[in-house]
Design a protein around this ligand. Structure first.
Ligand SMILES: *Cc1c(COP(=O)(O)O)cnc(C)c1O
Length: 494
């Protein structure tokens, strides 16, 4: 049997699209009634999907039915009001609608000429975002898929600033100050990267991928508040200098994933300028908070950095994926990432930005559209109101933890995350260790299907993390979560 050649049928598309939108609205209304994460054992979903692809066309009705029957129950619902795990990965109606338009248009945004409006809207929205977070206007933004990619891009640029030989285009790599005779033509084996032991896993991974020797990636110890110890950074650099190694890059974190610790960027910047090292700031999660004037302090010193990344897909209501990468010197990026080929040649040439030359991928999605929809729909003041509410809820929850005799907080909570643990059961010390008590608490909480938290270790101690930041999270949800946590905690045997 032969199947028909696929063709566009506007009537069925319209009908199916309306059905999908109805499903989407119903999902968003009812997501809180579902278990926040599935309980199916590994392989249970795979087992329901045929081993081989269908030879013949299947109806939209069948596909949608299987989506609802097999796929949806197997999902973790990141937009569930009881989802407090990892970090927020957001979604919002204007962002969803823009994604539908993006998919419909199917733009490929590798170069200006392949979708001029996409490139120019990316320039405009990155400029808006730069103003929103208070970066000085020397910074230029480009959208990357994820913070991991942006950090890899920063590390590659930092590497090239040190390894590229003299001659070339004669431009100074990175910033002139501090870049001494050694600034060029070094073998990568001699270069070191510094970040804190609390840095996101994407930093050491990125350093490895950028070709730095794994044993030259220094994970600097942290203070009690989990921020990088500047004395330890100084000591590591001094040790490396005596071995004739060269600091190429320091990655500072504003808001670590584990506890939202904030490194002392001004002090790190002073060291980077003196050493001629690239300063990249990973503000993937917390960076959005800088949209609030009263939280700008988290970006102290960031104005002096070489590059910074934040994820609107985490805490700014934009659907995954959308990472904003800001650089002081786009030419340094272009020197590392320009690609040319006859089939890429366009009449405009380098008179326009071709964003394929600003990162790793050639093909690029049209990500600026959803950012534009979101910023316009809510306005900067609307986004500020949301961020303020999340900060208020986090402070409220932290206060409940602090006031409860059976619980303690394990880290400062300046942003949307509270790290805490149970320390007693109805006022009595627990039978086993606190770590095992809290592991049991977490697994009991997850068994309810009503909330999801994740765990971390804070200075070696097992901690529960409650991360806030979804569009739909309200005080009532946070209160319910706390009631469930305290009630479950009393049921654990003392
Ligand atoms: C989430 C996070 C990342 C990774 O972000 P992706 O966009 O998923 O790559 C990096 N750094 C920090 C501090 C994060 O919180």
């Amino acid at each position: 049997m032969a199947a028909e050649h696929p063709r566009f049928d506007p009537d069925s598309f319209r009908r199916q699209a309306h059905r999908v939108v109805d499903w989407m609205a119903d999902y968003l209304i009812g997501v809180g009634e579902r278990p926040v994460q599935p309980h199916a054992p590994p392989g249970a979903i795979l087992a329901q999907i045929p081993d081989a692809p269908p030879e013949m066309p299947e109806s939209f009705e069948r596909i949608m039915a299987d989506f609802a029957r097999i796929i949806v129950p197997g999902l973790t619902h990141w937009g569930h009001p009881g989802f407090f795990a990892y970090f927020p990965a957001n979604s919002s109606p204007p962002s969803v609608l823009a994604e539908m338009l993006t998919a419909t248009i199917g733009s490929q945004c590798m170069a200006w000429s392949t979708s001029p409006a996409a490139t120019e809207l990316e320039q405009a929205t990155m400029e808006w975002l730069r103003q929103m977070i208070g970066l000085p206007n020397g910074f230029t933004g480009v959208i990357q898929d994820t913070a991991s990619t942006a950090t890899l891009v920063a590390l590659i640029t930092a590497r090239d600033a040190k390894t590229r030989g003299r001659g070339g285009d004669g431009k100074t790599e990175g910033r002139k100050d501090g870049m001494g005779e050694e600034a060029n033509g070094l073998p990568v084996e001699r270069l070191c990267v510094y970040t804190s032991e609390e840095a996101n896993s994407s930093v050491p991974k990125g350093a490895r991928l950028a070709g730095f020797r794994p044993d030259r990636v220094r994970l600097i110890p942290t203070h009690e508040d989990c921020s990088m110890r500047i004395d330890a950074l100084e000591a590591a650099i001094a040790r490396d200098r005596t071995e004739h190694l060269t600091p190429a890059c320091v990655v500072a974190t504003v808001g670590t994933t584990s506890t939202t610790a904030i490194d002392a960027v001004p002090a790190i910047n002073t060291i980077c300028r003196r050493e001629g090292a690239w300063l990249h700031v990973d503000a993937a999660w917390a960076g959005s908070a800088a949209v609030l004037p009263e939280m700008r302090w988290i970006f102290d010193g960031v104005a002096e950095a070489d590059s910074v990344v934040l994820n609107p897909h985490k805490w700014l209501l934009v659907n995954f994926d959308c990472s904003a990468y800001f650089v002081r010197d786009p030419d340094a990026l272009l020197r590392s990432f320009s690609a040319s080929a006859e089939y890429l040649t366009t009449a405009e040439g380098s008179r326009v930005p071709n964003f394929r030359d600003w990162g790793i991928q050639l093909g690029r999605r049209f990500r600026a559209l959803k950012l534009w929809f979101v910023i316009r729909t809510y306005g900067v003041e609307g986004l500020r109101a949301m961020l303020r509410e999340h900060l208020r809820l986090a402070a409220l929850f932290a206060g409940w933890v602090d006031a409860h005799p059976d619980f303690e907080r394990l880290a400062p909570a300046p942003l949307g995350l509270v790290c805490f643990r149970q320390i007693a059961v109805r006022g009595k010390p627990p039978g086993g260790t606190l770590d095992s008590l809290n592991e049991r608490l977490l697994s009991r909480l997850h068994a309810t299907g009503r909330i999801m938290l994740t765990q971390t270790r804070v200075k070696g101690r097992f901690a529960l993390r409650l991360a806030l930041g979804h569009l739909t999270t309200t005080e009532a949800h946070v209160r319910e979560a706390w009631e469930l946590i305290t009630r479950t905690a009393t049921e654990l045997g003392a």
